[in-house]
Design a protein around this ligand. Sequence first.
Ligand code: CP
Length: 308
Amino acid sequence: MSELSVKHLLGIKYLNEKDIQLIFETADHFKEVINRSIKKVPSLRDITIANIFFENSTRTKLSFELAEKRLSADVINFSAGQSSVKKGETLIDTVNNILSMKVDMVVMRHPNPGAGIFLSKHVNASIVNAGDGAHEHPTQALLDSYSIREKLGDVAGKNVVIVGDILHSRVALSNIFALKLQGANVKVCGPKTLLPKHVESLGVEVETDLRKALNWCDVANMLRIQNERLDISYFPTTREYTQQFGVNRTLLESLNKEIVIMHPGPINRGVEITSDVADSNQSIILNQVENGVAIRMAVIYLLASKIK
Ligand code: CP
């Protein structure tokens, strides 16, 4: 039987191409399951999972919880804002206290890059990174590639542009790793101030002209400005950012082809994307959210099979 090469999902950087294909094939099965009238399977009845979120989340938190419940795992949820972290408890103490309640797997979102990697070295449980600062967001990249595969048949050979705040985006980095592993061609587009130095060393090209980038691509993944991570101003005004790097209906209709529009959410309507584009037939934003549940079921199921 095939299994993942890793015990934890800490980042796409630690996966290989076979891991990604295995996750996708497993997600295909679970996507079929969650579209049945009975959406639940008993696969993980003996597994307990803790979702610990030190940062806000809507999609990722709900999607993991639903995925776990669809697999019949026992689930506990922890939000740092209402916990003893506020009284000074350390990350390791917090997690070890949770684990002493016989928890097998921890899904963690944390503002610090590398928090999941640190935890995996200090606690005895399978760790899933649900986003660590500006570092990685592996399940988002998996569901993004899975959605491209579903829409266009394959990821290999497709032209994908990631637009926006690449510098502060964990979605961008995980997507770059995932898309390159699968043989896609990747460009990044945004203000020079929001593109990391030496980003080309990741195997991507830089394009600062959005129209050129859109005319080149099959898929545009639009990112929001990570205002919560901006310590200084990286562009003059939001209005000017939108004029240069926002997609709108007029711009899309002026292109030489129809492209697929993606966004990981949360959307800032009218900034990086207008409502008429976000809600159009070209947009697969809600398909991404739907696919997130199947992808997270696949990840949890495959990691849990390594615990037993
Ligand atoms: N895409 C994403 O991570 O969204 P949330 O922050 O709502 O989880």
